[in-house]
Design a binder for this molecule. Structure first.
Ligand code: ZN
Length: 151
């Protein structure tokens, strides 16, 4: 059972609806990340509609951890754009100052999110996995209503 935690209520944020296939792929991404002791990044597939983010699929990328604006992070921005992808998900499996991985987007995560939005000029969807059961997800920039789905 994957729990998707939203941000603080101060910001208007949509709900998240994860298809079973997406939940399975979140779990696979987490398991691979822990097994390899590397933080992984994947493209999020789905759509933003009304007050809900629908996630239907993931595309794991063969890139290193994307917590900074490295070449790898730039690749994830480039590869995880529309029309096929709505943003990214990455894993936090370790933390420098705590036994548990951070359940919050880091400042460098937010730099990547900003770069994604600047690149694609639309609202993006971003998640991080910090355990096998928990994800934190946000749309950026925050706000509802979202861009309607393009048919
Ligand atoms: Zn991160």
């Amino acid at each position: 059972m994957l729990l998707v935690a939203g941000p603080l209520r101060a910001q208007a944020q949509p709900g998240w609806s994860l298809a079973q296939a997406a939940k399975n792929r979140f779990a696979d991404l987490w398991d691979a990340s822990v097994a390899d002791r590397r933080e992984y990044v994947a493209c999020l597939g789905g759509w933003l509609e009304g007050d809900t983010v629908h996630v239907t699929d993931l595309l794991p990328l063969e890139v290193a951890q994307a917590d900074s604006l490295t070449a790898e992070a730039q690749a994830s921005i480039e590869l995880c754009g529309p029309p096929d992808w709505i943003g990214t998900v990455h894993t936090h499996i370790r933390s420098t100052d705590d036994d548990r991985p951070s359940g919050f987007f880091s400042p460098s995560d937010r730099a990547v999110m900003s770069a994604w939005v600047a690149r694609w000029r639309q609202q993006g969807a971003f998640c991080l996995l910090h355990s096998d059961q928990a994800a934190k997800c946000e749309v950026y920039p925050p706000g509802i209503p979202l861009r309607p789905r393009r048919e």
